[in-house]
Structures are given as structure tokens and as C-alpha cells.
Design a protein around this ligand. Sequence first.
Ligand SMILES: *[C@@H]1O[C@H](CO)[C@@H](O)[C@H](O)[C@H]1NC(C)=O
Ligand SMILES: [Zn+2]
Length: 238
Amino acid sequence: MRASLSLILTTLVSSSLSSTFTYKDAPFGQVITSCLEPNTIALTFDDGPSEYTEHFLDVLRDYGARATFFVLGEAAQQHPEILRRMQDEHHQIGSHTYDHPSLPTLGHDAIVAEMTRLEDVLIPIIEEVPTYMRPPFFDVSDEVLATMSELGYRVVTGSIDTKDYEHDSKDGINISFDKFVSELDAGGSIVLSHDIHYWTGETLLERMLIEISERGLTATTVGDCLGEPLDAWYRPAY
Ligand SMILES: *[C@@H]1O[C@H](CO)[C@@H](O)[C@H](O)[C@H]1NC(C)=O
Ligand SMILES: [Zn+2]
């Protein structure tokens, strides 16, 4: 019953939002785990930007690939030029909250504050507000989903988890690549890894891009892999 109540609430909230924003088909109030466009895959990188992120952008550029970065508050504050480069190179920027709490442990107002505090950091830099967010630890609740709908955010988790943070070494990172391949074989399409780990940028990213290309898939952003136009990935800042 909780689920159907949240679905009703979500429907009400999203239909009122759709008159405000340009997008209309965005799945509010549900957790998005997979791409919808055939033959697409969305590489996503959480917790940055970091000192390694420019290297990620270089590798993505070399392969003509696009990706999504779910960023945090202090990291964004420290690397405004990297956020602008992401934008210039047609990657997608999403919210990963200001400082990475497990959102279901917070009350409504604290959840709102986690989101708006990051918006306040991003607005002067990218001059718009992301409409996609990723909940830290993939932790959600009915209240989190309802609050994200209220704020105009779609909630994205994933269907491939490289667990790169557990294997950040020259040899260990192979375990993350093998996990990527087996979860890709199982039909996964939204891939979680992190641009704060050296070996993810040094090895895993390129091996994933080669595998993607060998399979004839296109590495693109979350918005694009859901079939949404660029102007649905953000809303106006003011
Ligand atoms: C990790 O993978 C690379 C590339 O396939 C390979 O050269 C290397 O030997 C592997 N390392 C281990 C410990 O399996
Ligand atoms: Zn995270």
C-alpha cells in the first residue's frame, strides 16, 4: 500500500511540475535502473570531481564517449573548471547530494537541504540545476522519492555496480572489470563507478569503453540513454 500511495502522490506531483518545466515524460518517483534506448549504455561516475576527473574526461574524449557525473558539494566547489569542461564536452552533471548522507535517515527538511545546498554550489558554475540525482549508497525510501519529485529530481541508481572502491589497485581493478562484463551480460546498462579512484581512471574506464565498442554499444549519458533531450537534463536556475 505504501508503494501505491507514493505512486499516486508522485503522479500528482509530477503532473503539477510538468506545467512548470519543459519536460513531461520524466519518470518521477520511481527508481531508474536501466537505459531505455536500444544499444546504449550509461557510464556514471560518483563522488567527484577529483584530481583524477580530467583524466577521465581525456579518455572519454579519446573514445568519443559521453558519461554522467553525479557530483558532491565540496568537490564541486573545489573544481568549477572541471564542471564547465563536462558541460562543454556534452557530458551530463547530476546531483549526488551536498555531502553524501544516507537520505532515508534524514527527515524531509534535511533531505531538501542536502539537495538545495548542492544547487547553490552548482548554479554559479553551470548556471542551471540538474534534474537527475543519485542517492548515496542507492538508499531510498518512499519519503525520499516523494521529496525528489517535489523538488523536480529523477532518481537514478544502476544495474551494473563495478565496486571499484573495493578494488582500487593495479591487479584488483580486474575484479571490477570482470564484474562489469558479467553484469553487462546479465542485461545491465547503467554502470556505477567513481571518478575519485586512480585505477578506475587509469585502467577500468578504458577497458569498459573497449568492451562497449566491441559489443557495438554506444556509451552515452543517462538522459540520452533514457531518450530524453538535453534540455530535460537540467532546469533553469532562477
Ligand atoms: C588484469 O588484466 C590485465 C588486462 O587483461 C592483464 O594484463 C593482467 O594480467 C590482469 N591481472 C591479473 C592479476 O589478473
Ligand atoms: Zn557516492
